[in-house]
Design a protein around this ligand. Structure first.
Ligand code: NI
Length: 628
């Protein structure tokens, strides 16, 4: 076992047994997640192949009798409880146990039944209750493990109930005490139009699609050894974390004789999805799908030919269930390679006797798809032959819906279907990038390109790439500026390329929004990481999450995470740093997003910028099937 391997089912079972034996939890406690605590860099560096690893397994969960969540570290090698604490602020992620409590309690609650009856709904089998994250404790229920609920109506059991939102009706439940508060904001007719997307409901399919098969007769060009993957010159370790989803550790690129380190760790740290419609069904929604719902638990089991195409190698993940039993999530990670068009090309028109030089680009893909309630998120990390790394997040699934009525504000909730509107919302993702460019310490440089407006050049020549070192954490809170071609370059000042420049990788940020809700709002207090596109912090192993991490659920916020990490404005120049990049989209729903949304792509790219001495992909051979 390697120290960066994810925890096994046996480790989880042992850790749960140790914690139970310590007699800290009541019989109304449940587990939310468990994972191997990140080993220190020095422990990873000291590890020799084949050596046993003494690991800490972190367990989180919630005790309904205590009304608090817990966090425990268990040393499985010695079967000892190394640490235990009751969490003071925030709670463990929402669990299946919470969800089922809300669903079963509401169908028996007189206020809920009366509100349904006021809408002419008496057949409870047709009502789909959808429990939701409350975000923070609302004034109506200032304490307790609050879950919100909204509801939709079925016409028949297999249809898309999201097309029939039961408008104006919400409920809160304290899942610990069982207390329920139903809020009826007034009955509005429920849309009855069908909006089905499943194959069985389509009258016809287009018939002009011929088979397209990806065939690799000699197998794929990558190797999987446990969680270690090598593909051409790249190597990395991949796993699924219960909270953060896909994590890529120890990213390296073999450059001649050198096995060069690029990143210690890359992964989503947090994400926030604030809704911008003031109607009762939506105004409180601002989901943190990583910390509040434990993203890793929502990973799909991927199936050949559907989610990925070609020669696939799958990796499983192990998640801890509420009852303390491990569950193997088969095929949680898909790895494969893809043809990606042209890598580079040149035709010399002055020497027509020479063949054009063209190379096909191949990329290695590591992906994981999560279903969180109505929505899907696919995380796709791409590694390219020229040293480029890219993260693409695929957004799909079913958008939030409201019933169109006289009070609808179409500017905040545009119409997307017959009698259905959908609120404008944002999806903002914050990735945590722990760089290791040739090891050692790193700095971050911002580059803005300006043109000399006064000067001797009548042609307007004088495009200057102005490099500004970001020297402190406050100085490094930055937003994009596409007009200035703004990029941020991570460099290692002590490792120089053939030109004597420090080796670097630049973050090429996409056109991306920042957080719209104001600072004093719940989303602003809890999702401060989305206020800026770039943050750089001094490395601190206790500062792992961009927000409140595994205890985001019902956490009041007050600048938790990056805003507080950077408050002391520590120096970040030529030291051990972590780079955080927030990107995403403000989603103004379209009719084409209904009834199921075609994938919208967001993400960012990291390009080597002086990391190599020249194009590192000159050694990619011409494709054998190309006729010239
Ligand atoms: Ni969206």
């Amino acid at each position: 076992m390697h120290p960066l391997d994810p925890c096994t089912a046996d480790e989880l079972t042992s850790a749960v047994a140790v914690l139970r034996a310590a007699d800290k939890l009541s019989d109304r406690a449940f587990f939310s997640a468990g994972w191997a605590a990140e080993p220190s860099r020095s422990d990873v560096a000291r590890h020799e192949a084949g050596e046993s690893v003494d690991r800490l397994i972190r367990l989180i969960g919630h005790d309904r009798n205590q009304g608090q969540s817990f966090e425990a570290d268990v040393a499985v090698g010695t079967a000892t409880l190394a640490a235990f604490r009751w969490v003071e602020e925030g709670q463990a992620p929402i669990s299946m146990d919470d969800v089922m409590q809300v669903i079963f309690a509401l169908v028996e609650h007189p206020d809920w039944l009366a509100a349904l009856e006021a809408r002419g709904i008496t057949d409870l089998d047709k009502v789909h209750v959808e429990p939701w994250l409350a975000g923070i404790n609302p004034p109506q229920m200032p304490t307790g493990r609050v879950i919100r609920a909204i509801a939709f109506l079925h016409e028949h059991p297999e249809d898309n109930y999201y097309a029939r939102p039961i408008e104006g009706l919400t409920a809160y439940m304290d899942a610990d005490s069982g207390e329920i508060l139903v809020e009826d904001h007034g009955a509005v007719p429920t849309p009855m139009e069908a909006a089905d997307y499943a194959a069985q409901f389509q009258d016809e399919f287009r018939d002009d699609i011929k088979p397209l098969d990806i065939v690799q007769p000699d197998g794929p060009s990558f190797e999987v050894d446990g969680h270690l993957i090598t593909w051409q010159k790249w190597s990395m370790r991949v796993s699924v974390n219960a909270i953060e989803g896909l994590v890529i550790h120890d990213v390296r690129y073999r450059d001649g004789d050198r096995d060069r380190t690029v990143f210690h760790r890359m992964g989503l740290s947090d994400m926030v999805v604030p809704y911008g419609d003031a109607s009762p069904l939506h105004f409180w929604k601002h989901a943190f799908d990583a910390g509040e719902t434990s993203l890793g638990h929502q990973a799909n089991s991927l199936t050949l030919g559907c989610d990925c195409l070609g020669e696939i190698a799958y990796l499983d993940a192990v998640m801890l269930q509420n009852d303390g039993e491990p569950r193997v999530l088969e095929n949680a990670i898909c790895t494969h390679e893809e043809d990606f068009g042209i890598l580079w090309k040149h035709t010399n028109v002055f020497q027509p006797e020479l063949p054009p030089e063209v190379r096909r680009s191949r990329r290695f893909v590591v992906s994981c798809v999560h279903t969180v309630g109505n929505y899907e998120y696919g995380f796709f990390w791409y590694f390219y032959q020229d040293g480029t790394i890219q993260l693409e997040v695929k957004l799909t699934g079913i958008i939030g819906a409201s019933a169109l009525h006289a009070g609808t504000d179409l500017e905040t909730s545009p119409q997307v279907g017959p009698n259905v509107t959908s609120p404008i919302h944002q999806h903002l993702f914050c990735v945590r990038l722990d760089p290791a460019l040739d090891g050692g310490t790193n700095s971050v440089i911002e580059t803005n390109v300006e043109v000399d407006t006064e000067g001797p050049h009548a042609y307007g020549a004088g495009f200057r790439a102005l490099a500004t070192p970001l020297r402190t954490e406050q100085q490094a809170k930055r937003v994009i500026d596409p007009a200035a071609s703004r990029t941020w370059k991570i460099i290692n000042p002590s490792s120089l390329n053939a030109m004597g420049q420090p080796v670097g990788y630049k973050i090429v940020p996409p056109s991306t929004p920042t957080l719209l809700p104001p600072d004093e709002s719940p989303a602003g207090q809890r999702g401060g990481f989305a206020r800026h596109n770039l943050w750089v912090t001094q490395y601190d192993e206790d500062q792992h999450y961009a927000g409140a991490g595994p205890f985001t659920n019902l956490h009041p916020g007050h600048g938790v995470g990056l805003p507080s990490y950077t408050a002391d404005d520590r120096p970040i120049d030529d030291t051990d740093i972590v780079v955080w990049h927030t990107f995403g989209v403000t989603h103004v729903p379209r009719p084409e997003d209904w009834p199921v949304m075609p994938v919208e792509y967001v993400g960012f790219t990291m390009m080597p910028a002086g990391f190599f001495d020249q194009n590192p992909a000159l050694d990619v051979p011409p494709a054998s099937h190309c006729s010239t």
